[in-house]
Design a protein around this ligand. Sequence first.
Ligand code: BDR
Ligand code: CA
Length: 330
Amino acid sequence: MPTDKGSRTAILLDCDTGVDDTMAIMLACLSPEIELVGVGTIWGNVDRDLATQNTLNILAMCGRSDVPVAAGATTPLNGADVDYGYFVHGKDGQGNRGMKGKYGKSIEMSAAEFIVDSCRKRPGEIELVPVGPLTNIALALQLEPTLPKLVRGITIMGGAALAPGNVSPVAEANIWHDAEAASEVFLAQWPITMVGLDVTMRTLLTEEHFDRMRNGGGISKYMAQIAEFYTTFNQERSFGRRLSTMHDAVAVGLAANLVRAKVAPVVNVEVDTTDGPGRGQTICDLRGIYMNFPSQENAHCRVPLELEDGFPDFFTDLIVAAGEPAVNVE
Ligand code: BDR
Ligand code: CA
């Protein structure tokens, strides 16, 4: 297992820290294959300030208060009113069972400035992994139009290729929240991996996984505790039984090769920014599906459609082994 700094994947996360974002942050902190460069925060599941505090708290819990956190946008690019996902992630973004304490402090730079600054310092090395609305990434592109040449790539949790949406029949939440930003990000010429609902709705934690976490160390107990509310939402809205998605952790897993895609064509993707029923849809050109996806001119977006099994087990093993939190999580 590669653990030296040179062979680790350098990841800069951008989160709207709710329950599955917490899974992503924990995975990035605990996995020896990942160097967590920093975390930008964004509104989405919760407001931006709560996303920032939740991020700082999770990092503190994992003993990683050294990781810089930069607060980002509070509205989409077009300044429209925002709808938060408290009904999915709880009023505290932690299933109403989060930590009472407040740990750490964000840095002075905005998330967009931090993204640009970090990528300028380490050209070609950093994988951006936004797992919330794409506003901070679009703002970073506006600040530094050559950003696509400064990153290793960008792995986005968002969108749906063949799967249905989760906010509208066709739109996934992160894209829906700021379709204009998403459109700019997908148009930019960088290698994108779009980790959409096609794979994240099929990569699930079961009650057996959560039982193991409840019986594990304090960090995994905390994870199981905050996931109860979220699992109830998943049960009522999607699965009819107690299964939990782990959307954002899947994106981190793919970015760091902790899970691999079995089918992942590179295709053209366009985001619908109209005001009609298609708003927020990621329109993926999958017409090559019957011919093993022949290459498409200018295509730069890899769209995983099927993953290898085992990622929920891998995640559970890692988190159960994580031991006690570095701060009081009561
Ligand atoms: C995405 O939306 C948010 O609720 C989750 O954190 C995830 O990033 C799933 O559609
Ligand atoms: Ca998220």
